[in-house]
Design a protein around this ligand. Structure first.
Ligand code: CTP
Ligand code: CA
Length: 229
């Protein structure tokens, strides 16, 4: 049988992948962030490139080396990530794996905040960040043909993910089951539920790299590639 390195069904397609956390500055030395490692997004970018896609990887701060087969745009904040995504359109495929900070500090300061003896700790005033996935999912001429979102859920993962797909307006949602103690955020394995226009699939626990290959193949099939024998 043919190996995947010869099966290049996504040649001619542009895929945009967001990955990693965002860092929202408090002052020049401090930020709000989260535990995302970027591993899943980098693996998906690499898998899509292996299938022939031209890939733009828009990454928040991570310690990962970008695959040489993708164009990397590094950003810090959610607002920078949004600007980079918008200026990278048009794309046929968008996969939003980034753990975008939901809020940023309303008024980051340019000087380091110093402790002051006897003063209470400073308070942070937050404001909402733009929702990048919801924005690119909106109908219009620049909307990618296939928009895939991710969701980290606990409790009723399936119901939450189905609701999130509706709310965001994306085509597919890959829901991380973070309630099963599988150490998804920062770990190397992932257990997901894939929600598409055709229904709900429960995928078993697998390496993030394997999940990336499976998702990239699913995307290729969605674009009409014949399945591998
Ligand atoms: N996302 C995004 N921009 C944001 C927040 C989220 O693009 N400002 C994307 C993520 O990349 C992911 C999806 O939206 O693909 C879902 O993120 P998630 O944090 O699970 O959803 P939220 O709508 O932020 O809901 P909540 O955190 O309250 O569950
Ligand atoms: Ca969120």
């Amino acid at each position: 049988p043919e190996t995947s390195s010869h099966w290049r069904p996504l040649i001619g397609k542009h895929a945009l992948v967001t990955a990693g956390p965002t860092h929202e500055p408090i002052d020049p030395v401090r930020y709000l962030g989260n535990r995302s490692s970027g591993l899943q997004g980098y693996a998906i970018a690499s898998a899509l490139a292996d299938l022939g896609a031209q890939v733009t990887l828009i990454s928040g701060p991570t310690s990962l080396l970008a695959p040489s087969s993708v164009s990397l745009i590094r950003v810090e904040t959610a607002q920078e990530m949004e600007a980079a995504v918008m200026s990278s359109l048009p794309a046929d495929i968008a996969v939003c794996t980034a753990a975008v900070a939901d809020w940023r500090v309303a008024d980051p300061v340019s000087s380091k905040i110093k402790k002051q003896a006897g003063s209470p700790p400073p308070s942070l005033v937050l404001e909402a960040n733009p929702d990048i996935l919801a924005r690119i999912s909106r109908p219009g001429p620049m909307r990618p043909t296939l928009v895939v979102g991710f969701a980290a859920e606990t409790d009723d993962v399936e119901a939450n993910a189905i609701a999130k797909r509706q709310r965001k307006g994306c085509d597919w949602i890959v829901a991380n089951d973070v309630s099963t103690g599988t150490n998804v955020m920062g770990g190397t394995e992932n257990k997901v539920i894939l929600i598409t226009e055709d229904g709900v699939e429960h995928w078993p626990l697998m390496a993030k790299t394997t999940l990336a290959l499976n998702l990239a193949r699913r995307i290729a099939l969605r674009f009409g590639a014949p399945a591998l024998a």
